[in-house]
Design a protein around this ligand. Structure first.
Ligand code: FE
Length: 207
């Protein structure tokens, strides 16, 4: 049996759907005692919820508090983001888009699920859904409404379609009454969804 044959054979055993393939591979690794299922879940969870979006939140908080950094972010987001140590696969060509009183930005990948991994981690399931990808372009206000966001008619909604070449990071508006907060505290207000454009930065807790 040639090496080539083994290779093809192993592939043929795996289901074609990517999620099922991953599941099948994980099951094999767990059965063979090579990995612990809970450890895999913990890693995926960390990338989905902690590591990824926390990186983006630090970029946003820095942009809110450091005008010179914001300037660099506007001119070359990839380089400004890598200043903070965040770079790599799926983050090679970053563009920062800023929300304002008159403009709200929202990001999609209409073709597949391109997403800026180094700053946001793994994309949420809804981001990859065909419903979100198709609808946010056609009826962004209706989709944002379903996320609990509504904007007056005079606020322009701009939809950015990610590609293999460009990944977008939304810079949400800095919440009011946060002038006294330092960047590390502010980062705690920056949610993943606020950096996709389907959410807003959180208000500081009433003190
Ligand atoms: Fe894509």
């Amino acid at each position: 049996m040639s090496k080539k044959h083994d290779h093809d054979h192993a592939h043929a055993l795996l289901p074609p759907e990517p999620a099922l393939r991953v599941q099948a591979i994980e099951t094999l690794l767990v059965e063979k005692g090579l990995v612990d299922s809970a450890a895999v879940d913990a890693i995926v969870d960390a990338y989905s919820n902690d590591i990824g979006p926390r990186n983006g939140a630090l970029v946003v908080a820095r942009a809110w508090t450091d005008p010179e950094y914001l300037d660099r972010l506007r001119k070359d987001a990839t380089s400004a983001i890598s200043e903070l140590g965040f770079s790599g696969m799926q983050g090679e060509h970053m563009v920062a888009v800023e929300n304002s009183e008159n403009l709200h930005n929202v990001v999609v990948c209409t073709l597949c699920s391109c997403y800026p991994w180094p700053v946001l981690g793994l994309p949420p399931a809804w981001y990859k859904s065909s419903a979100y990808r198709a609808r946010v372009v056609r009826e962004p206000r209706a989709v944002l409404d379903e996320f609990g966001l509504s904007f007056p008619k005079d606020v322009e909604i701009r939809v950015w379609d990610s590609t293999a070449e460009v990944r977008y990071l939304v810079i949400p508006k800095r919440p009011v009454d946060t002038d006294a907060m330092a960047a590390d505290e502010l980062a705690g207000l920056v949610t993943r969804d606020s950096m996709i454009g389907t959410g807003l930065a959180l208000a500081p807790e009433a003190s």
